[in-house]
Ligand binder design. Structure first.
Ligand code: HSE
Length: 439
């Protein structure tokens, strides 16, 4: 039997600890699969004493992560530090030293992945990142390998558990955004600064990676359209429900004749879709391939053991593949590096989708006629409509319209005109809407 693969762990927080425990717990099973042992022999963490207590003499502990990436005995570096500065330096140095890398760092890959994968290719090493997208769900494996026969047409995913928890609570308990966010924080789901979760940035990082491996394009995070859930009103979730829809924060990427759509935003989807019923912190990704049709991947998008499950899958993959000719490994972005496409990402104004519009109006004759005229002038066709009578003692009614698919710039133009009508109160609420299939 060959000597075990030696792993250096950078960061032994929630995911690092899970990786350490699962690797120890399932070591025999993992060895039977990998063909040789996989052991963590070195751990770097700022909290040295805590790390020492965790590894209990089985690995060398240091506060200096650069010691790990420099150590000639380490075969694979697992980066679980997060962030885009030190983590980037550490990974580039590990690669330059000929080490393979496993990372859960979606922000780093979305923003610096092109540089990191180019370096890995130059040094003939692998950078594996299953844990970077949707925690325990093996979506990278599915897209890069399981669906490799397909032309991927589109993907829609619930890829941020915190925001999905908030939306689920707003709908099922009738809570406001602020109250639901507080609950997420109390349960330890949202970060102390929850901006990345609730403003769609974390989802956009993951979507950027998904789009790259689905369409064979470089990481294009800077071109992603990102809109979060912080300004969503409980009222719209209720109205959507009455119309047979749920609102989810979706990451959507689609191939169109004009370019790739890459967008994260709250989205109305039919309540009868399986993905509309993914609740709480769970994640789910719906992938449409031309041969396979729709496939749906569901599971825990975060957490110690689920994320460790993905980290260790990457360790096993590298253990099996590291002696293979680099030309015969699965390419980082699923497509051969010289085959990446320069197809552009569409600006959001060029995206075509349907819309939910809520317009607050003074309940006067002719209001509806004025609004529908503006929509018609901008080539926007109405699919469904609902009017909510003014509450007792109030003069304002809500008009809710669902449109057919149209181009976003037409909706922008129509909304600007509608908001200028003297009978319209305040801003028009606009939420994009997707059917996600035809059944
Ligand atoms: N903050 C992320 C989420 C964790 O809520 O899904 C995993 O990236």
């Amino acid at each position: 039997m060959m000597k075990p693969i030696q792993v250096g762990l950078l960061g032994i927080g929630t995911v690092g600890r899970g990786t350490f425990e699962v690797l120890a717990r399932n070591q025999e099973e993992i060895m039977r699969r990998a063909g040789r042992g996989i052991v963590i022999t070195m751990v770097a963490d700022k909290e040295v004493d805590k790390a020492r207590a965790l590894v209990n003499g089985t690995a060398t502990v240091t506060a200096d992560a650069f010691e790990v990436v420099k150590n000639p005995d380490i075969d694979i570096v697992v980066e679980l530090i997060g962030g885009t500065t030190v983590a980037r330096q550490l990974i580039l140095e590990a690669i330059a030293n000929g080490k393979h890398v496993v990372t859960a760092n979606k922000a780093l890959l979305a923003r610096h992945g092109n540089e990191i994968f180019a370096a890995a290719q130059r040094h003939n090493v692998m950078v594996a990142f299953e844990a970077a997208v949707a925690g325990g769900i093996p979506i990278i494996k599915a897209l890069r390998e399981g669906l490799t026969a397909n032309r991927i047409e589109w993907i829609a995913g619930i890829i941020n558990g915190t925001s999905n928890f908030i939306l689920s609570e707003m709908r099922s308990q009738g809570l406001s955004f602020e109250t639901a966010l507080k609950q997420a924080q109390e349960r330890g789901y949202a970060e102390a600064d929850p901006t990345y979760d609730i403003e769609g940035i974390d989802a956009a990082h993951k979507l950027t990676i998904i789009a790259a491996i689905s369409f064979g394009i470089p990481m294009r995070f800077e071109d992603a359209y990102t809109e979060g859930i912080s300004s969503l009103a409980a009222m719209d979730i209720r109205y959507a429900e009455e119309l047979g829809y749920r609102i989810k924060l979706l990451g959507i990427t689609k191939r169109t004749p004009k370019g790739i759509e890459l967008r994260v935003h709250p989205t109305l989807i039919p309540a009868r879709r399986l993905i509309a019923n993914v609740e709480g912190v769970m994640n789910a990704i719906l992938v449409h391939g031309d041969a396979v049709g729709d496939t749906l991947y569901y599971g825990a998008g975060a957490g110690s053991y689920p994320t460790a499950s993905s980290v260790i899958a990457d360790l096993v993959d590298i253990t099996r593949m590291h002696t293979a000719d680099p030309e015969h490994r699965v390419p980082h972005l699923a497509f051969q590096p010289d085959q990446l496409s320069s197809i552009p990402v569409l600006p959001i104004t060029e995206v075509e989708t349907a819309y939910y519009l809520r317009i607050q109006v003074l309940d006067r004759p002719g209001v509806l006629a004025d609004i529908t005229r503006i929509l018609a002038d901008n080539a926007i066709s109405i699919d469904a409509m609902m009017q909510k009578e003014p509450a007792a003692g109030k003069e304002q009614a809500d008009i809710i319209m669902l449109t057919h698919v149209t181009v976003e710039k037409n909706v922008d133009a129509a909304i600007a005109k509608i908001e200028k009508l003297p009978v319209v109160v305040g801003k028009v609420t606009r939420i994009r809407m997707e059917q996600l299939g035809t059944q």
